[in-house]
Design a protein around this ligand. Sequence first.
Ligand SMILES: *[C@@H]1O[C@H](CO)[C@@H](O)[C@H](O)[C@H]1NC(C)=O
Ligand SMILES: *[C@@H]1O[C@H](CO)[C@@H](O)[C@H](O)[C@H]1NC(C)=O
Ligand SMILES: *[C@@H]1O[C@H](CO)[C@@H](O)[C@H](O)[C@H]1NC(C)=O
Ligand SMILES: *[C@@H]1O[C@H](CO)[C@@H](O)[C@H](O)[C@H]1NC(C)=O
Ligand SMILES: *[C@@H]1O[C@H](CO)[C@@H](O)[C@H](O)[C@H]1NC(C)=O
Length: 283
Amino acid sequence: MLVKSLFLVLPLAIAHSWVERVRRLGLNRTMIGDPGFIRGAMFRLDPVFNDLKQQYLLPPPGRDASLGILPSDPICRDSQQTVGQFNASLPPLQASPGDFIALQYQENGHITLPENTPHKLRNSTVFIYGTCCGRVCTSSPSKDDRLLSTHRVWNACGTGGDQRGVLLATRSFDDGQCYQINNGSISSARQKIYSKVLMNPQGVDIWCQNDLRLPTDIHDNYTLYWVWEWPTIPTGMVPQGRMEVYTTCMDIQIQPGIPNGIVIFEKNQDLNFAGIEEQMLAN
Ligand SMILES: *[C@@H]1O[C@H](CO)[C@@H](O)[C@H](O)[C@H]1NC(C)=O
Ligand SMILES: *[C@@H]1O[C@H](CO)[C@@H](O)[C@H](O)[C@H]1NC(C)=O
Ligand SMILES: *[C@@H]1O[C@H](CO)[C@@H](O)[C@H](O)[C@H]1NC(C)=O
Ligand SMILES: *[C@@H]1O[C@H](CO)[C@@H](O)[C@H](O)[C@H]1NC(C)=O
Ligand SMILES: *[C@@H]1O[C@H](CO)[C@@H](O)[C@H](O)[C@H]1NC(C)=O
C-alpha cells in the first residue's frame, strides 16, 4: 500500500488547497485528453515539493491581522504571475473554445473534518475569473492584476472594474462528493456513496472539482484565476470575522474548434474521470 500511504500522510491541520489539475470534459461528462496544470506547477511526489511551493494565501501569514488584504496584493503568487510561467514537464491544458473543463483540488479535511477548523465557514465559495471579456477578446492578463481590483469586481457581463476580465462561475468549495480518506463521519459516508477504484494521482481519494464551460470567443492563451474565499467566522476572539483567500492562476492553450453536440450524461461512470452533472449544467 505504498501509494495509499503517500497520499494519506498529509498534515491536515496546515494543508490548504490549490488547483492540482485541469481536465477537459467530454459532452458525456467523462474527462478526456491530457491533463493540464497551473502556472509554476510541481508534482506532489517531487522530493522538494511542499505545500508552500503551490499555495497562496491572502492576507499573507505574518501580516498584522488588522491590515487585512491590501490593494497592492497581487491576485497571483510570484511563481504564477505571467503567461508562460508554466513548468515544461507539467504544461497547461489544451482545450477549445466552448469546452467544459474541470478544476480539481484536494479538500485537505476542510470538508470532511470540519471539527478541525470550527472557526471557519463550512460551506465556502470558489470564484473563477477569466481574463478578457465576452465581447472581443483583445485584453490580456497582467502580472499587475491585484486581488482587490479583480475579485468581486469583475462581473459576469464584463462591465466590472477595468473590464479586462469576467466572472465565469461561482461554485461551492464542497462539490458534494469529494473526500479524503479519514475516519470522520463525512468521509466514511462519502466513501460508501462515491466508491471508486484506487488510481493515481488521486489515490484512494476523490478530488473536489469546479466544472464550468469556457467562453466560445477565446483564443491563444486564456488565463483563469481561481479564488477561494475561506473566511474566519465572527467569534469572541475575532468579533468581525476575517477574510482569508487562496488563489491559483493558470493558463489554457486554446485550440481551434468548438465542441459540437448536446450534453448527454452517461450514468454510473468511473469517478476517477467523471465530471459533475449539476455543475456542467450550472453555467
Ligand atoms: C465519453 O466520450 C469519450 C469520447 O469523447 C469516450 O472516450 C468515453 O469512453 C465516453 N464515456 C463513457 C462513460 O461512455
Ligand atoms: C517542474 O516540475 C518538476 C516535477 O515536479 C519539478 O521537479 C521541477 O522542480 C519543477 N520545476 C520548477 C521550475 O518548479
Ligand atoms: C502564449 O503563451 C506562450 C508561452 O506559453 C507564448 O509563447 C505565446 O507567444 C503566447 N501566445 C500569444 C498569442 O500571446
Ligand atoms: C453549499 O451551498 C451551496 C449554495 O451556496 C449549495 O448549492 C450547496 O449544496 C451547499 N453544499 C453543502 C454541502 O451544503
Ligand atoms: C478517528 O481517529 C482518531 C485517531 O486515530 C481518533 O482520535 C478519533 O476519535 C477518531 N474519530 C472517529 C469519528 O472515530
